[in-house]
Design a protein around this ligand. Structure first.
Ligand code: NAD
Length: 429
């Protein structure tokens, strides 16, 4: 009888080996002892199910032909089609997409969405490409992925440097191939082609729903806290506005240009208008300027991280003065920082829970596209609140019961959902 250890033939690293992949696997390994799942099932979770590398050739505006490497990774297809963004970035790689796909699996499962995780992208510098070049790249990439994506197979969405227009081009290219309009092939589309009226605000609104739930559990009021928000884009900008709308005081905000702060509170709608006119938060009247590093260390109750990955690290975690951190961005806190924050008693609301409003409303968009029946903003918001609250309660209760951090608890909850489905279906053939 062959045993797994006897038949191991692979000694060279597998193709998706990369630092980010190792981080994702390390998190999985940390959570597994608390998940109580079958070792064979756990083994299946350690690998992406499908991974593709494609060459995407386009004619540049100069008339030259150029090939760009493209990737798509599907981590788990046990719960339904896979779901995940498409990014255009010089650092995109098979390993990066594999890690992000694995995180998407846990996030979707945690929210009880009938999806597995995927991620993809093209290795390019979108800032030097013209609109026409990006359109040709997008359309050709869609055709290269034709056998892998589909409304019941894998549904792309926007990610770094891709947006509603990119999704409209993908939807059009796919629809032309199948011969009829197929809005359910992507989410994050313009409303005119079946997009959701609430998708733009979804992630930021979801972040505030999670903060509100956490405040209630801690006996705090949302409006009574002082907030600092790093990142003032689709996630941070919307979250800051929601917080201000609910009567909270936002004392500091930062974007790529640095931060602005006012102890008495910033006028967020006025700051939004300022950014619209001037391109960044810098110079906002009545506020003092500060660096991003200084902003993170401002005394406050809640620090919302909604910009980039790896912002709180082993270097600055000990200096943070917030009582709670809400991760709107993906991976803003390193493993090293997590340990320091836990020691300081700072509550960390983890990314796979806190920023899941985006994929949840994407799921609603897909359901509406499939049914050709569209809901209004209030309906979507109410359903989002229900989903986020349910996931939050399951995470918080498990953390309490097992004495885990909220991050570990969120991972365990997500992993258990996927493992239960793998066990129920069994191993084919
Ligand atoms: P965005 O491009 O709309 O906004 C990013 C913001 O961060 C901008 O205000 C930008 O100026 C700022 N920023 C950039 N570099 C910075 C720096 N060095 N220091 C401080 N601020 C900086 O992007 P977004 O969609 O808001 O995404 C932000 C994060 O949230 C990313 O990690 C993304 O993966 C994650 N996320 C987004 C969604 C979504 O639906 N948009 C969903 C889940 C997770």
């Amino acid at each position: 009888m062959a045993r797994a250890a006897d038949i191991a033939v692979e000694t060279a690293p597998l193709e998706w080996e990369a630092p980010l992949w190792r981080t994702a696997v390390a998190q999985l390994e940390q959570a597994l002892p608390h998940a109580n799942i079958d070792p064979g099932t756990a083994e299946r979770l350690r690998y992406p199910e499908h991974a593709a590398i494609v060459s995407v050739p386009i004619t540049l505006d100069s008339g030259e032909t150029r090939i760009f490497p493209g990737y798509r990774v599907q981590h788990s297809r046990v719960l339904g089609p896979t779901k995940g963004g498409i990014r255009y970035d010089p650092h995109v790689s098979l390993g990066e997409c594999s890690a992000l796909a694995m995180w998407m699996t846990w996030k979707c499962a945690l929210l009880r969405l009938p999806y597995g995780g995927a991620k993809g992208g093209i290795r390019c510098n979108p800032r030097v490409l013209s609109r026409g070049e990006v359109e040709r790249l997008t359309r050709r990439f869609t055709v290269e992925l034709r056998s892998m994506i589909g409304p019941q197979e894998d549904i792309p969405a926007p990610d770094m440097a891709t947006d509603e227009q990119t999704m409209a081009w993908m939807m059009d290219t796919y629809s032309m191939q199948v011969g009829h309009a197929m809005p359910e092939i992507v989410t994050g589309k313009p409303v005119s082609v079946g997009g959701s009226v609430f998708r733009h605000e979804a992630t930021g609104a979801g972040v505030v729903m999670v903060i509100s739930r956490a405040c209630a559990r801690l006996g705090w009021t949302l409006a009574g806290q002082r907030y600092v928000v790093q990142g003032f884009g689709k996630v941070g900008g919307v979250a800051a506005l929601e917080l201000a709308d609910q009567g909270a005081t936002v004392i500091g905000v930062a974007d790529y240009s640095g931060g602005v702060a006012a102890e008495s509170g910033l006028d967020i709608p006025a700051l939004q208008r300022w950014v619209g006119e001037h391109g960044s938060v810098q110079g906002f009247p009545g506020a003092r300027g500060l660096t991003n590093a200084e902003l993170l260390e401002l005394p406050c109750d809640v620090l919302v991280l909604a910009a980039l990955e790896e912002q709180v690290t082993g270097k600055n975690a000990a200096r943070l003065q917030a009582r709670m951190i809400a991760e709107g961005a993906n991976g803003p806190t390193t493993v090293e920082a997590d340990a320091i924050l836990a020691e300081k008693g700072i509550v960390v609301l983890p990314d796979i829970l806190t920023n899941a409003g985006g994929v949840t409303v994407s799921y609603f968009e897909w359901v509406q596209d499939l049914g050709r029946l569209f809901w209004g903003r209030d309906e979507i918001r109410r359903r989002l609140d229900e989903k986020m609250s349910d996931a939050f309660d399951r995470v918080w209760d498990l953390a309490d019961e097992k004495g885990l951090t909220l991050r570990s608890a969120a991972l365990v909850v997500g992993i258990r959902e996927v493992a239960a489905a793998l066990d129920a279906r069994g191993l084919y053939p």
